[in-house]
Ligand binder design. Structure first.
Ligand SMILES: Cc1cc2nc3c(=O)[nH]c(=O)nc-3n(C[C@H](O)[C@H](O)[C@H](O)COP(=O)(O)OP(=O)(O)OC[C@H]3O[C@@H](n4cnc5c(N)ncnc54)[C@H](O)[C@@H]3O)c2cc1C
Length: 233
């Protein structure tokens, strides 16, 4: 490996866990920007005490025709409340961990929603804002002893809350494959074979944004155990 600062390193295997704009993906598969969905997510955690006695008890996703908001208490004490939205905004494609959103704009965006949503938004002090990007499932994740992991190979909309979850499943599976097989390239090919169908299905299901909207069998998502699922031969 050669790095931008001129340094180099050698390893038996390389794992590109470098996110949706992955440089390692680009080296393996060529330049291709992720697709901007034309939507932004507002996200925050704030003190429940600001809601004047109102407490969010459960995780609820409130859908409108073209937007939604997910609200839940962060811990069993319910003293912190979290929400994340998805709202159309085709002109704003900034991805940043520090970009601020405008709470008044969030309140306007959910103006006609249920009063429980209004109670949460009314006194929330601030919010961050992310543009949402995704990709189609990639044709391959590995080349020799180089492999991709997480958003580098299966970035998805957050509508099933599975992006980080599937990255952790990848990590568990890659560790099992490296322990099971001596040749790193072979281990990484097994990892790709073990993971690709599942993550592609989740990417494509998440894109539809109807997970849990009607009767939904959640077993195939939450019942999966990355430590126990048999590895392919
Ligand atoms: C609004 C929103 C809500 C979400 N909600 C959920 C949820 O509820 N549940 C869930 O499971 N997931 C959720 N996700 C998805 C989750 O955040 C991602 O899937 C997860 O962060 C992916 O992890 P990763 O390690 O693959 O990539 P990242 O977290 O993107 O990490 C990649 C790292 O690589 C570094 N990097 C990139 N390029 C280079 C380079 N050239 N050199 C060195 N370092 C580099 C980056 O700085 C970064 O630290 C959400 C995402 C968004 C945007």
């Amino acid at each position: 490996m050669r790095f931008a600062d001129g340094s180099t390193a050698a390893a038996d295997a390389v794992i590109g866990a470098d996110g949706v704009h992955s440089r390692v993906r680009e080296i393996l598969l060529g330049p291709e920007k992720p697709r901007f969905t034309g939507r932004v997510a507002h996200r925050t955690v704030f003190s429940s005490a600001l809601m004047n006695g109102y407490l969010v008890e459960t995780c609820t996703k409130w859908w409108g025709p073209d937007r939604h908001i997910v609200i839940y208490p962060v811990n069993p004490r319910r003293d912190e409340t979290y929400f994340v939205t998805s709202v159309p905004d085709p002109d704003w494609d900034v991805e940043s961990w520090s970009a601020r959103g405008d709470m008044d704009a969030v309140r306007r965006a959910f103006g006609g929603f249920h009063e429980d949503v209004q109670k949460v938004l009314a006194n929330c002090p601030s919010v961050h804002q992310w543009a949402l990007f995704e990709r189609d499932p990639l044709p391959r994740w590995t080349e020799g002893a180089i492999a991709l992991l997480g958003d580098a190979c299966h970035p998805m909309t957050p509508y099933m809350a599975q992006g980080a979850a599937t990255a952790l499943e990848d990590a568990a599976t890659i560790a099992r494959c490296l322990a099971a097989v001596d040749d790193p390239g072979e281990a990484l090919r097994r990892y790709e074979a073990a993971r690709k169908d599942r993550t592609a299905r989740i990417q494509l299901t998440s894109r539809q944004n109807n997970w849990g909207k009607g009767a939904t069998d959640p077993g195939w998502v939450y019942g999966y155990d990355a430590f126990e699922t048999p590895l392919p031969a």
